[in-house]
Design a protein around this ligand. Sequence first.
Ligand code: SF4
Length: 263
Amino acid sequence: MSDGIHTVRGRIFDIQKFSVHDGPGIRTIVFLKGCVLRCRWCCNPESQNWEIEGMIQNGVKKTVGRDITVGEVMTKVLQDKPYYRRSGGGLTLSGGETLCQPEFARALLLACRASGINTAIETTLCADYSVIESIAALVDTFLVDIKHMDSEKHRQFTTQPNDRILENAKRLASSGANMVVRVPVIPTFNDTPAELHAIAAFAHDTLKAKEMHILPYHRLGYDKYIGLGREYLMGDLPSPTKEAMTFFKDICMSAGITCHIGG
Ligand code: SF4
């Protein structure tokens, strides 16, 4: 790894080891700070702002966010290389939105390439396509969030329209990228057979995605909103039941795509 890559700095809010939900095999997940969306249901609200901030957790104020070099991240990532090799795992960049820190993301991905480590990114693709293009060849799996096919509804619940996201997804797919489409199933937003079928058809017919994951809404982020002094906009809406998720999975499969519940 060249010193140039090693010393690139970025801002993260967590590193989690031994994840089996965000890409193939056993993985280390690096959570980058900053996101352009503000999804009402986001379970990591501390990821959204670029600024390092305070959050009260279990009555204790903690600092969320820290600046770190690629070399420091890679020291942690490389500790689990034997597990990646045996399981087909590696590094996943998540957030927040990975594409908000393209230089840092690119340097991390290059460092992984140099060390023979499999790479994945979790992304909304809400960025200039040139940013996506600058890292695409370094990413083994794109975990792409597609939340809704209707742009206005998307904007109401995330603050951003979906036009650029869908256009970028199409361009990325046509470049031959390996894509898994991930859909959070959110009550009052996209939890209808018609909407989930429409996303599944787009993933299968247009993106030629390998598979689709549907992720049930949960309220586990609620305490974080309180800890950040922010309002929780989803109220007390319940999570979809297991039966509802199985029904939605069957709806998605009827569009021709392999679908799993969970990551
Ligand atoms: S895109 Fe992800 S990280 Fe960003 S606000 Fe939405 S759920 Fe949260």
